[in-house]
Structure formats: structure tokens, C-alpha cells
Write a protein that binds this ligand. Structure first.
Ligand SMILES: C[S@@+](CC[C@H](N)C(=O)[O-])C[C@H]1O[C@@H](n2cnc3c(N)ncnc32)[C@H](O)[C@@H]1O
Length: 315
């Protein structure tokens, strides 16, 4: 549970951040962003410092509770020392587990789900058939608002060639196929004959089956067999998380300028924020989120849609 935050009332947050970043830069790795946020990384963990008009917000993370306490202690001590003209109160929250974080409150979720172009009967029937046939696995399916987002992004890019990595029973496949321009094609990659077979009748019912080229094979093989040219207008990645960096790389190098790559589950249920989670897919997603942020081939934005969606647009 190695995450903790503190809100420190002060009218000089930006000044303290600069002082801390500059002073601690001698012993720690520090950074200051153009919008005034500071990051301090010591051996035990990291603390980010964000200025608001009337306070300084701190958020600390570390691999375990003991390390977290060391990060909190070093930042608190320096902060209090720099505040020569006021007495700061630095009260940290109890440590929390990343997996306990909700991106949006349940009431907000409900509101979002009921305020987008509603899923039509075919999508509704496909969702119901998926629940019936796949039981617990059905929660892998994108939600109706994320499906609407995929159709909209596909339309906005005027996509004629789309790629999907992770079909499952084909809900997102149908949403992307519907957004394609006339004559467009969707290369849909999955390894499961069984799951994808559930979707096919619904693609037919929606009249888009002739646009969908389903490939049952490891997606990396399918992607690597594509021309090494900028041929992709939009791609959606929603498969095995540890392989996301490899999928991203194969796709970005084939995106046309202005083309989009959309990645699902970039928050990993909050675990991506919590350094205590160190399985291969946690490390891969953390690394990829950082890589995309600094990738000068794309402009990107991360949205709090369901489990987090990143949209990166090829420059
Ligand atoms: C989260 S589900 C996809 C959900 C889908 N986008 C939807 O909206 O219903 C992940 C899918 O990735 C597929 N998958 C896992 N490893 C894969 C791989 N190496 N290559 C291709 N597909 C893979 C699984 O078979 C599964 O159907």
C-alpha cells in the first residue's frame, strides 16, 4: 500500500517546490516541469509536488511502507526547514494500495454510462451473449461509452485502414468497423477462435463483417508481417498487457501522420501508480506510459475513461 498524499496550506507553493527541487537536486534526482510541478526521486521512492493557488499537494510512492515513510520524512523535514516565515502543517494520509484507487466514483460512472449515444440492439445483444457464454471473462469487453469513443475516433480520422489488437468477442471490433470510411478495412488480431466466433454473427447482423479481416495468431506476428510503411489510420490495443510496449512500437512506426493509436487499461486498476506492484505487466505499462509521454513521434493524452485510455496521435 505504498502511496500517500498530503495537502499543505500555504500561499507560496511554487516557491517551496523550486527550493526543494534545487536543494535536493544535489543528492537526489529532481525535475521541475514548465507548469511548476516538481519531482524528487530518492533511493527509497518518489515524491511529486504540485502547486495550487492556496496549497502545496504532495504525493509520495515507494515499493513498501518503510520506504514510503523515508520519502515522506525527507520531504517533510526539508519543507519545514525552508518555511522560515510560516509554520507549515504537513499531515500525510495513511498509506493506500494503488488497487484501492477509483478513477471515477461509482455515481459518476453511472452518469457517464447513461450520457453517450446509446449502444444499439446489436451491440446490446452481443454484450448479453458475451455475459452468457464467457461468464467472468465478460468484463474484458469494452464498456458502451468506450465503444462509442472508438467509433467516434475512427470516424474523426476518416480511417480506411484500422488495426485492433485484442478482439475477444468483438464488441470493440464492431465499434471500430462501424466508424470506417467507405471501403475501409479492419485488421483484427486475436489468438482465440472460441471467443472471436461469438462475435461473428453480430458483425454480420450489423452489416460490417466484410470489412473485418480477423487473424487468429499472436498479434505481434500479424503486426510484423505488415508493410513497414505508414499505412495505419487508427489502432486499438487491448490485449496481453506485458506486450503493450512491443505492440505500440510496431504500430507507431506504421501510423500515418495524423493517425491514432488508442491504448486501453493504462491505469491497470490503479496498480500502475503503485510501485509495490512489480509483475511484468505492471512494469511494462509503467514504462510504456512514461515512454509515450516523452515520445517525440506523437502527441498524447491520457483519459480517465474506465480503466484509463491513452490516445497518441502521430506527428
Ligand atoms: C481484454 S480482451 C479484448 C476485449 C475486446 N477489445 C472487447 O472489447 O471485447 C483481450 C484479448 O486479447 C487476446 N490476446 C491475448 N494475448 C494475445 C496475443 N498474444 N495476440 C493476440 N491476442 C491476444 C485474448 O485472447 C483476448 O481476447
Amino acid at each position: 500500500m505504498p502511496l500517500a498524499t498530503a495537502r499543505v496550506a500555504t500561499d507560496r507553493p511554487a516557491r517551496y517546490i523550486k527550493q526543494l527541487v534545487s536543494h535536493m537536486g544535489h543528492k537526489a534526482t529532481t525535475a521541475l516541469t514548465p507548469d511548476g510541478r516538481g519531482t524528487i526521486t530518492v533511493a527509497a521512492g518518489t515524491c511529486t509536488l504540485t502547486p495550487t493557488p492556496d496549497r502545496l499537494e504532495l504525493s509520495a510512492s515507494a515499493v513498501d511502507v518503510e520506504s514510503l515513510a523515508r520519502v515522506q520524512d525527507v520531504v517533510t523535514r526539508h519543507l519545514v526547514r525552508f518555511a522560515t516565515q510560516e509554520e507549515l502543517s504537513v499531515e500525510w494520509t495513511a498509506p493506500v494500495d494503488g488497487a484501492a484507487l477509483d478513477l471515477t466514483a461509482p455515481l459518476v460512472d453511472e452518469y457517464l454510462l447513461s450520457h453517450h449515444t446509446p449502444a444499439d440492439e446489436v451491440l446490446g445483444d452481443l454484450a448479453a451473449a458475451t455475459r452468457e457464454a464467457t461468464a467472468g471473462a465478460a468484463n474484458m469487453q469494452v464498456s458502451s461509452d468506450e465503444g462509442a469513443l472508438l467509433t467516434m475516433l475512427t470516424r474523426l480520422t476518416g480511417a480506411r485502414f484500422a488495426v485492433e489488437v485484442g478482439v475477444f468477442t468483438g464488441y470493440s471490433t464492431l465499434c471500430i468497423a462501424r466508424g470506417l470510411a467507405a471501403g475501409g478495412r479492419l485488421l483484427a488480431c486475436d489468438i482465440s477462435e472460441e471467443w472471436t466466433a461469438i462475435g461473428r454473427p453480430y458483425w454480420e447482423r450489423a452489416g460490417v463483417d466484410d470489412r473485418i479481416d480477423l487473424r487468429i495468431a499472436p498479434a505481434l506476428d500479424t503486426l510484423r508481417a505488415l508493410d513497414a510503411e505508414p499505412v495505419i489510420d487508427i489502432a486499438f490495443i487491448d490485449a496481453d498487457k506485458a506486450a503493450y510496449p512491443a505492440y505500440y512500437e510496431e504500430i507507431v512506426r506504421r501510423l500515418r501522420p495524423g493517425g491514432l493509436v488508442v491504448l486501453d487499461n493504462v491505469f491497470l486498476g490503479g496498480r500502475v501508480l503503485d510501485p509495490a506492484y512489480r509483475e511484468e505487466h505492471h512494469l511494462a505499462m509503467r514504462r510504456l506510459n512514461d515512454l509515450i509521454t516523452g515520445d517525440d513521434r506523437v502527441d498524447s493524452v491520457m483519459l480517465p475513461v474506465r480503466d484509463g485510455v491513452t490516445i497518441a496521435r502521430r506527428r
